[in-house]
Design a protein around this ligand. Structure first.
Ligand code: IMP
Ligand code: MG
Length: 176
């Protein structure tokens, strides 16, 4: 295969240190908002794995973990349809649900997820996303907790991939 300089991590947008700082702030906010409650945190696989594992450690509440796997992206573009590849397992009736996402881009995944949870009689459902392409995203679903708002660039690192690559980088980069 020929190597080229395209589709490689280019400019660092958020350093590991900056991400960790923001994660601690979000965790403190969530701890405060849910004081005295128990959470079910639902991580959206695969992208949210690093963010999920960092933020749960700075949320000082009783919680259960659950995961859901959705697929919509191919390369650097959204396919427009969202597929459920693995469903949640927890009984969420009467529970306070916090969805943990890596990024809200078009917002279609979240719309899909919210629809999936409708009718499950959750007591509350909130969304926490590390990154939010606010200008681009559908206004039908607005995240409750946002790490950073970003412009419509394709980004990788800290869980985010380009064709499954770069998820293990500890900082977030714009893709060239
Ligand atoms: P949606 O367009 O909001 O439905 O985003 C769907 C999913 O696509 C996100 O949860 C990410 O996993 C992935 N995605 C969207 N934008 C990016 C990006 O800039 N880099 C890497 N993955 C992305
Ligand atoms: Mg995702």
């Amino acid at each position: 295969m020929m190597t080229d300089n395209l589709n490689k991590p280019e400019k660092m947008l958020f350093s590991a240190q900056k991400i960790q700082q923001r994660v601690v702030e979000l965790g403190a906010q969530i701890t405060k908002d849910y004081q005295g409650k128990k959470l079910v945190t639902i991580g959206v696989l695969n992208g949210s794995v690093l963010f999920f594992s960092d933020i749960v450690r700075v949320i000082d509440l009783e919680m259960e973990f659950d995961f859901i796997r959705l697929k919509s992206y191919s390369g650097t573009s959204s396919t427009g349809t969202v597929r459920l590849e693995q469903d949640i397992h927890a009984d969420i009736a009467g529970r306070d649900i916090l969805i943990i996402e890596d990024i809200v881009d078009t917002g279609r995944s979240l719309e899909f997820l919210i629809k999936r949870l409708e009718g499950s009689f959750a007591k509350s459902v909130r969304i926490c996303t590390l990154l939010y392409k606010k200008e681009k995203a559908s206004k039908n679903v607005i995240p409750d907790y946002v790490g950073f708002e970003i412009p419509d660039d394709f980004v990788v690192g800290y869980g985010l991939d380009y064709n499954q690559k770069y998820r293990n980088l500890d900082s977030i980069y714009r893709l060239r």
